[in-house]
Design a protein around this ligand. Structure first.
Ligand code: NAD
Length: 502
């Protein structure tokens, strides 16, 4: 696969057609490993959003009236096509995002799991029933799609995160408008083609490429009933407040700072290996990346040494080349910001025990940073407080479990948290008390499978119903509760006096 396979200028996908955006503004989409421009993405306008919403609205009556089993069958077809094209899709993700091909393939697989979950929609849409809630009166709930719904996604999982949204939404009978990240719009374009091939009617799935104008167009459009957002904390908060103020249902999954607690009785080598993979996999650009380690003082020297050794073993380079472990970060602007954090970590007094800036000097192009590790950081430092979203890990030393838990509770984020121990007692205590919504016990990236909710806490999530699992189905459906009775023809009784006996 090469860059020449992409359109020079991307279009929007509206009503089953590729449509030129109503804008003259375009942004480059470079390959972050080589800096070669792969394509250009339109920075579409609110007018483009309105066109997509109109197409989705027009498709809604027929799509929502299509039996759920038929909608589910399209998900089965789509799942088959995703497997058929998995190498191609993984390579597109690698080219536009920078993560290596096995990481991109793993991302796609997690997306496919969502499609498989959504294919179970006939069961997932079942309501509740209570017969005879009063004499001869039955009550039951029915679930209905909302109408036109939208998804706004980040750059770091270009195929998986949209699949947290649209498979459930459309299998439940909604019509969908996707705004991909303007930094990684290429995989979504291929996904749209595969959905069409799977038999999805035109207008049910639409793409509007762009940046904040498109987001604002979505947040303000009166015909969009619900918005699912995934991205950084400040934008998530803005989307949550603005969408809610405009009367929309909203779930906004936000940034993170995932703390990992290593207790003195842990298998230190295994914990170091797991944390290095969780911290530096996908160049640290995962909302579930390990980014702060809290380690018991009595084993800290030995543990930090293991972290360094495991990091030294990683090979950095273009993710398209087999054997490279660590790819680039997304843009040069982002890399500059990360360098700024490294400077601030040093100014704050943390010890830089592994400097990834040096690894990058050997590479001819690309936005690379090698594994970077700070030791002797503390919870007040900006490198611990902020999400850096890069291969930068900060280690804090504590005395025992309680102090470790206390340090973790200081974070304003609560996405993931992990503990490493051989003690069932402390493992359980951690699960019960830690202030985070997704917990790992001797597991480094406890991202739940698609049939569970992706359940961040604190400033890692804004809303009520989480993405994925049963929450995801609830989010994209509305309930009707029916109270029903029937009379014999000619029965003159009022109310429910007459008792029917077999
Ligand atoms: P981002 O917030 O910069 O962008 C996300 C989306 O919002 C993009 O589509 C972008 O175009 C749009 N956007 C950006 N700035 C905007 C603005 N000022 N006004 C309106 N819209 C705007 O996030 P990103 O850098 O693409 O992605 C990385 C972030 O996403 C990290 O913080 C990461 O933790 C988070 N993330 C969270 C989860 C989760 O499940 N909690 C999952 C993946 C990524």
């Amino acid at each position: 696969m090469s860059s020449t396979m992409f359109e020079k200028k991307l279009k929007n996908y509206i009503g089953g057609e590729w449509v030129e955006a109503a804008t003259t503004q375009y942004a480059d989409v470079p390959n972050p490993a080589t800096e070669e421009v792969l394509s250009q993405v339109p920075l579409s306008s609110k007018e483009d959003v309105a066109r997509a919403v109109a197409a989705a609205k027009a498709a809604f009556p027929a799509w929502s009236a299509t039996p759920v089993i038929e909608r589910a069958r399209i998900m089965f077809n789509f799942q088959q096509l995703l497997f058929k094209h998995q190498d191609e899709l993984a390579q597109i993700v690698t080219l536009e995002n920078g993560k290596n091909v096995p990481e991109a393939a793993a991302e796609l697989l997690r997306g496919i799991e969502m499609v498989e979950f959504a294919a179970g929609m006939p069961t997932l849409m079942m309501g509740d029933t209570v017969p005879n809630i009063a004499r001869n009166i039955d009550s039951y709930t029915l679930k209905f799609p909302l109408g036109v719904v939208a998804g706004i996604v980040p750059f770091n999982f270009p195929v998986m995160v949209p699949m947290w949204m649209f498979p459930i939404a459309i299998a439940a009978g909604n019509c969908f408008v996707l705004k991909p990240s303007e930094r990684t719009p290429l995989a979504s374009a291929r996904v749209a083609e595969l959905l069409k091939e799977a038999g999805l009617p035109d207008g049910v799935f639409n793409i509007v490429n762009g940046a904040h104008d498109v987001v604002n167009g979505i947040l303000e459009h009166p015909d969009i009933k619900a918005v699912s957002f995934v991205g950084s904390q400040p934008v998530a908060e803005y989307v949550y407040k603005t969408a809610a103020a405009n009367g929309k249902r909203v779930q906004a999954l936000a940034g993170a700072k995932n703390h990992h607690l290593v207790l003195a009785d842990a298998d230190l080598r295994r914990a170091a290996k797991t944390i290095v993979s969780a911290a530096f996999g996908c160049a640290g650009e995962r909302c579930m990346a390990a980014s702060a380690v809290v380690v018991d003082d009595s084993v800290a020297d030995e543990f930090v040494q293991y972290l360094i050794e495991e990091s030294d073993a990683l090979k950095m380079g273009d993710g398209m080349i087999a054997g490279n472990d660590l790819g680039p970060v997304i843009r040069s602007e982002h890399l500059n910001k990360v360098h700024g954090y490294i400077d601030r970590g040093l100014e704050g007094g943390a010890q830089l025990v592994r400097d990834g800036r040096k690894d990058a000097e050997a590479l001819p192009a690309g936005y690379f940073l090698g594994p970077t590790i700070f030791d002797k950081a503390d919870a007040e430092m900006v490198i611990v407080r902020d999400e850096i979203f890069a291969p930068v890990l900060s280690v804090m030393r504590v005395s025992g479990f309680e102090e470790g838990l206390d340090v973790i509770s200081k974070s304003r984020f609560g996405n993931g948290a992990c503990v490493y121990t051989n003690s069932g007692r402390y493992g359980r205590e951690f699960v019960q008390r830690v202030e985070a919504g997704m917990v790992g016990v001797n597991v480094g990236v406890p991202a739940p499978m698609g049939f569970f909710a992706f359940s961040g806490w604190k400033q890692s999530f804004y809303g009520d119903l989480h993405a994925n699992g049963k929450d995801g189905v609830e989010f994209f459906t509305k309930k009707k509760t029916v109270t029903e009775r029937w009379f014999d023809q000619g029965d003159q009784s009022i109310g429910s006096q007459k008792v029917f006996v077999k």
